[in-house]
Design a protein around this ligand. Structure first.
Ligand code: NAD
Length: 515
C-alpha cells in the first residue's frame, strides 16, 4: 500500500490502480476491526458517473457483519477512551497528516467514484485534513464544570462519550462528510461506525486505511459497505449504537429518527435544503452573478446548501438574469478528471432522472427555460449523467421546483419588489438550511440575516464553511449541529458527580442502629 502515485501519472480511469493505492490487493468490502471483510449479501455495482459504466461489484455487508463490527467497535471504544486525551489528540493530528500526504490520490479516488471535478475533490480532501487537525486540538481541552450547588457537596461534570456512534452519509460529498463526522466522534472518545452511501463507499474506506496508518487502534473506526435498507438499518437499530448521526434526505432521516426513538437513541439529522439567495438592486451585480452561479452550479448543484431559489429584486431582474444565463451558457461541463472542468456529471442515474423530471415539472407549471436543461454536446459528455447548468425563470414560490429540493444544477429565479417580500418568500418553505443576501447596504444585510430562518447565512458571499463554525438546519432541514464546538458536543454527554464534603453531613432520612 503506497500513497505516492500522483494523478498525472495515472492513466484516466485506471480504476484498479486508483483503488490499489489505498487497498493494495485486498478484496474491497467493509473495514471491520482493522481489516477488509468482504460482504456476503446482495451484489451491487459501483458506477462511474462520467461514463455510466460499472467498474466494481461489491456485496452488501448485511446484518451479520454489522453485528461483528458493532462488537469490535464496542471493545475498541473502551481502549480508545482509556487513552489519555493528549494521546487521542496526537493520533487525530496524525490522521490529518496522512490525509494531507494522500491528497492527490484521495481526490482522484473521489473523482472517479463520485464524479466530482478534481478541482473540487482536491479542496474537499484538504478540508478533511483540517477537520482532524481542528479536533486534534480539542481532544485535551474537553473538561467539565464545577457547579456551586447550594449543599455541602462538590459537584462537577465530566463530558463522556456515548460509546459507539453510527453515522450514515450520502453520496454527494463522501470523503468530506466522512471526515466531518468521524473526526469529532473520535475526539470525544467514541468509536465511529460509518455507513457511507452504497454508491460511493471507496473514499470512506480509504480514510479508515489512512487512520490505521496514523495509529488509530483497530475497531475505533469502522466502515460498513452496504445498502441502506439492510446494512444501514441493521446499524442504526443495533443495540450497541448509542447515537445516530444521519446526513441525507429528509425522508430517510425522519424514518431513521423514528426507529432510533423507539430504542431511546438520540439523533443528529443533517437533511436537505431549498435555500434562498437574495439579490437586491444595490448589490455589485457582476460579482453577485458569479456568486449566484457558484451557489447553485458548483458540485452540479448536488449540495445541501445550494442556492436553488434565486430571489432577485424586480428593478434589476432582467439585467441580473442575463448575467446568470450567460454564465450558465459558458461554464465548462465535462470530464471530472479534467482540471478545467467546473461541473461534472450528476452522481447517479436515478438522480439524473429526478433532476430532468423536476425541470419538466417546472416548465409544465409555467416556468421558462432560460438556459441549459439539456445534455452538453461535447464528446466527453455523451455517456455519463451530464446536464448543462439550467436556469428557470418566471418561477413562483408555490411551484414544485421552488418547494422541493432538486439536488441538481438547476436554479429557480423568483422576482420580488421589496425587503419584506423577499423575507416572506425566503421563509415560505419547510426547509431552513442556508441562505444569503447580496446588497451594498450594511444595515439591510444584517436585518435580512437576522430575519431569514436558516442555520447558515452569508452576506455578499455563498457556500463558505469551516469546521470551526457550527452547521445545521432549522425546520425540515434537521436538528443538532455539526462542526465547531457545537458539533463536538453532539458526541458527548455530561455526567454530574456529587461528592459529600461536610465532616458531619446532615442525615434527614432513614434509620441507622447504634453499632
Ligand atoms: P438518502 O437519504 O437516500 O441516503 C443517505 C444514506 O442513508 C445512504 O447511506 C443510504 O444508504 C442510507 N439509508 C437509506 N435507507 C436507510 C435505512 N433504512 N436505514 C439506514 N440507512 C439508510 O440520501 P442521498 O440521496 O444519499 O443524499 C442526498 C440527500 O442528502 C439530499 O437530500 C441532501 O440535501 C442531503 N444532504 C444533506 C447534508 C447536510 O449537511 N444537511 C449534506 C449532504 C447531503
Amino acid at each position: 500500500m503506497t500513497a505516492s502515485t500522483s494523478v498525472s501519472s495515472l492513466a484516466p480511469r485506471d480504476y484498479t490502480r486508483v483503488m490499489a493505492v489505498f487497498f493494495g490487493d485486498m478484496p474491497i468490502g467493509s473495514w471491520i476491526n482493522g481489516k477488509m471483510v468482504p460482504g456476503t449479501g446482495a451484489e451491487f455495482d459501483l458506477i462511474d458517473p462520467a461514463t455510466a459504466k460499472p467498474f466494481l461489484t461489491l456485496r452488501d455487508a448485511g446484518a451479520e457483519l454489522v453485528d461483528v463490527a458493532m462488537s469490535a467497535a464496542a471493545a475498541a471504544q473502551k481502549i480508545w477512551w482509556s487513552k489519555t486525551p493528549s494521546d487521542r489528540g496526537r493520533i487525530l493530528w496524525q490522521i490529518g497528516q496522512q490525509v494531507r500526504a494522500a491528497q492527490e490520490d484521495l481526490a482522484l479516488l473521489e473523482t472517479v467514484g463520485a464524479g466530482k471535478p478534481i478541482r473540487d475533490t482536491r479542496v474537499e480532501v484538504l478540508k478533511v485534513a483540517e477537520m482532524f487537525e481542528y479536533y486534534a486540538g480539542w481532544a485535551d481541552k474537553l473538561h467539565g464544570d464545577v457547579i456551586p450547588v447550594p449543599t455541602s457537596h462538590l459537584n462537577y461534570t465530566r463530558p463522556e462519550p456515548y460509546g459507539v456512534v453510527t453515522q450514515i452519509t450520502p453520496w454527494n460529498a463522501p470523503v468530506f462528510t466522512a471526515g466531518w463526522q468521524v473526526a469529532p466522534a473520535l475526539c470525544a472518545g467514541n468509536a465511529a461506525v460509518l455507513k457511507p452511501s452504497e454508491m460511493t463507499p471507496l473514499t470512506s474506506l480509504a480514510l479508515a486505511v489512512l487512520a490505521q496508518k496514523a495509529g488509530l487502534p483497530d475497531g475505533v473506526m469502522t466502515v460498513l459497505t452496504g445498502l441502506g435498507a439492510t446494512t444501514g438499518q441493521a446499524a442504526t437499530t443495533h443495540d450497541i449504537t448509542r447515537k445516530v448521526v444521519f446526513v441525507g434526505s429528509p425522508r430517510t432521516g425522519a424514518m431513521i429518527a423514528a426507529q432510533a426513538a423507539r430504542n431511546v437513541v438520540p439523533c443528529v439529522l443533517e437533511l436537505g435544503g431549498k435555500s434562498a439567495n437574495i439579490v437586491f438592486d444595490d448589490a455589485d451585480l457582476k460579482r453577485t452573478a458569479l456568486g449566484a452561479q457558484a451557489a447553485i452550479f458548483s458540485g452540479a448543484g448536488q449540495s445541501c446548501v445550494a442556492g436553488s431559489r434565486l430571489l432577485v429584486q424586480r428593478s434589476v431582474l432582467d439585467r441580473f438574469v442575463d448575467l446568470v444565463v450567460a454564465g450558465a451558457d459558458h461554464i465548462p461541463v465535462g470530464d471530472p478528471l479534467n482540471a478545467a472542468t467546473q461541473i461534472g456529471p450528476i452522481n447517479n442515474a436515478a438522480q439524473y432522472q429526478t433532476v430532468q423530471n423536476m425541470i419538466a415539472a417546472g416548465q409544465a407549471e409555467g416556468a421558462q427555460l432560460l438556459a441549459g436543461g439539456v445534455r452538453p454536446g461535447d464528446a466527453a459528455c455523451q455517456d455519463g449523467y451530464f446536464l448543462r447548468p439550467t436556469v428557470l425563470g418566471q418561477v413562483r414560490n408555490d411551484m414544485q421546483i421552488a418547494r422541493e429540493e432538486i439536488f441538481g444544477p438547476v436554479v429557480s429565479v423568483i422576482a420580488f419588489d421589496d425587503e419584506d417580500e423577499a423575507i416572506a418568500i425566503a421563509n415560505d418553505n419547510k426547509f431552513g438550511l442556508a441562505g444569503a443576501v447580496w446588497t451594498g447596504a450594511v444595515d439591510r444585510a444584517h436585518r435580512v440575516a437576522s430575519r431569514v430562518r436558516a442555520g447558515t447565512f452569508w452576506i455578499n458571499s455563498y457556500k463558505t464553511i469551516s469546521v470551526m463554525s457550527p452547521f445545521g438546519g432549522f425546520g425540515a432541514s434537521g436538528y443538532g449541529r455539526s462542526s465547531g464546538r457545537e458539533g463536538l458536543m453532539e458526541y458527548m454527554q455530561p455526567k454530574s458527580i456529587w461528592t459529600e464534603t461536610a465532616a458531619n453531613p446532615p442525615v434527614g432520612f432513614g434509620y441507622a442502629p447504634d453499632v
